[in-house]
Design a protein around this ligand. Structure first.
Ligand code: C2O
Ligand code: CU
Length: 575
């Protein structure tokens, strides 16, 4: 771990200068969206340009505003010199449209996912998800909100005028090196910014104002509260509205989580206060608290970061006059959106995911606070599927954390209901639809969910730790949702590039290339994603291969042909 940091940025952020008006990302409200990923420069400090990545601008990304039922077409053009991906965090879309590590967008290429918006109203977001590159690309600047509205929300008396009484707050910490370049894999994330603005202030009207809080940081959690001691009201969890507002004075949010809160500023005209992180009160073991782990299993350099375990300002708020338009909202609603959680009685599958250190991979000794971490003893592998889930399966997942650091677990595709945290029911703030849940050290969490729609035997979804450095180091797994009614016996003998025969077979399977391909490997993978057989010793210009599968048990396997033109997958039956 490098420990380079900029003293100037440190002093500025600690003194809480509040000199920059909070930037509000522009919106895109059409259902066809053009996103141009680009390199840029931002003068964060002292007019020294910092190289950044952004979408349709030098940093961050426009806020996409959509309605439930909209048919989106998103043209993502990668103007970076490197491969990246864009993932719609929290959205229920097919795995092909999900933007995980398998939906690579090469430098200069355009990726055009198209999907219907199926989620309920809420605050979602989008960010890169390239294999091993999530932290770098997010830290460099790419992240945007994806706000969904729906008809139920339209009946509520809540602030919905973007940038006026409905304020997006993308809260991030970043590390800068001595050249004012954004650094990753350092514990010196000493610069706090909101919507890419350092030391921001917001002029807010004296009425009920909504803050859409997104913790878009790579590692840091925040324990939000206000310097004037006022309460605020939580109205959503990750997946949308909760049934009734929850009155709070503190709100802990881990990376990846979103919570919309209402603040009643009607009696505060002319006053100022700060949105703070009260990290001194944060439970130990969470990145951002006083301490993570116990010696010798602590994060090296962690205690040198002056933000860890102290209370610091995030956004200065000056309260001005009420708005005329929109008509000010001056009361906190008593009811929001009732919802029906999943019923544990309907669950037919239980799965256990254990978070622990592992020894493979980076070649360093594992440390219970620092990693390297894996899930169920393994690290992420692009070519294997860790979990196969039958379509429409209702499942209870238990997340067990055997390490010294809290991990925010995130799963793609679905929203879940937390049913147990450390053996008891979760707090009201974590009761509702969630797609990220913080699992404390040596603790466990149970959630229930259902995998509806989007069966695809081949393209996986991800689940992972949303501490981006853990994710990139392999604390991630993949799952597919399969439809047993039509997929398992559908044996193909031909794909675009290859022909396979005989199939079914009891001894060997022959593979003939139909076009000119550069083969990297040919694998036979079982239904749990384990590679059973493989040919990796490939000769140039060889166009036919034979794979001996006599040693395999009877059943269905996937034959994967990995080539320069992509990966072809054919189901093969051993008889
Ligand atoms: Cu926000 Cu898989 O990520
Ligand atoms: Cu983690």
């Amino acid at each position: 771990m490098k420990k380079i940091f900029c003293l100037v940025s440190l002093i500025f952020s600690l003194q809480g200068f509040t000199q920059n008006e909070l930037q509000i990302p522009p919106t895109v409200t059409t259902s066809t969206v053009d996103l141009n990923i680009q390199t840029g420069n931002v003068n964060f400090y002292n007019n020294i340009p910092t190289p950044t990545f952004g979408i349709n601008g030098p940093i961050l990304a426009p806020t996409i505003v959509a309605h439930k039922g909209d048919n989106m077409l998103i043209n993502v053009t990668n103007g970076l010199p490197v491969t990246t991906t864009i993932h719609w965090h929290g959205l229920h879309v097919s795995s092909m449209n999900d933007g995980g590590p398998h939906q690579k967008i090469l430098a200069g290429a355009i990726w055009s996912p198209a999907f219907e918006v199926l989620n309920n109203a809420g605050t979602f977001w989008y960010h890169p998800h390239g294999e091993g590159k999530t932290d770098l690309h997010v830290s460099r600047g790419i992240a945007g909100m994806f706000i969904i509205h729906d008809a139920v929300e339209a009946t509520l008396n809540v602030p919905l005028t973007y940038g006026v009484d409905d304020i997006p707050l993308v809260v991030q910490s970043k590390a800068f090196d001595q050249f004012q370049h954004i650094a990753i894999s350092t514990e010196m994330d000493t610069s706090i910014m909101v919507n890419g603005t350092i030391d921001p202030f917001l002029n807010a009207p004296s009425q009920v104002v909504r803050f859409r809080l997104l913790n878009g940081s790579s590692m840091r959690a925040y324990n939000f509260g206000f310097s004037n001691g006022m309460s605020f009201y939580q109205i959503t969890t990750d997946g949308g509205y909760i049934a009734t507002p929850i009155q709070l004075t503190r709100l802990l949010m881990a990376p990846g989580e979103r919570v919309d809160i209402l603040v009643d500023l009607t009696t505060f005209t002319g006053q100022s206060f700060d949105l703070m992180s009260y990290a001194s009160e944060m439970p130990l073991g969470i990145y951002g608290s006083t301490m993570v782990g116990t010696a010798p299993d602590t994060i090296p350099g962690y205690s040198l970061n002056p933000l860890n375990g102290i209370d610091f300002p995030i956004l200065h708020v000056n309260v001005g006059a009420q708005t005329t338009t929109p008509v000010p909202i001056t009361t906190i609603p008593s009811q929001l959106v009732p919802y029906v959680p999943y019923n544990a009685q309907d669950a037919t599958v239980n799965r256990l995911l254990v978070f622990d250190t592992i020894t493979t991979g980076l070649g360093m000794e594992p440390n219970l606070a620092e990693g390297q971490f894996g899930i169920n003893g393994t690290v992420f592998n692009m070519d294997s599927i860790n979990i196969r889930i039958p379509l429409n399966s209702t499942e209870i997942w238990t997340l067990q954390n055997k390490t010294h650091v809290a991990h925010p677990f995130h799963i793609h595709d679905i929203q879940f209901n937390v049913i147990e945290k450390n053996g008891t029911i979760p707090s009201a703030s974590e009761t509702g639809w969630k797609d990220v849940i913080l699992v404390m050290p040596h603790d466990s969490v149970k959630f229930i969910t259902k995998f509806t729609d989007f069966a695809d035997d081949v393209t996986p979804y991800m689940y992972h730790c949303h501490l981006l450095h853990h994710e990139d180091d392999g604390m991630m797994g993949s799952f597919i949702v399969f439809d047993s009614t039509n997929s398992i016996l559908d044996l193909g003998n031909e794909n675009n590039f290859v022909k396979v025969f005989p199939n079914p077979t009891n001894d060997a399977v022959n593979i003939v290339l139909k076009i000119d391909l550069k083969i990297d490997a040919i694998q036979v993978v079982n239904m749990n994603g384990k590679v059973e057989k493989m040919i990796s010793d490939i000769e140039m210009n060889q166009t036919t291969y034979s794979m001996d599968i006599r040693s395999l048990k009877e059943g269905i396997y996937l034959l994967k042909v990995i080539s320069d033109k992509g990966v072809e997958i054919i189901k093969v039956q051993k008889i």
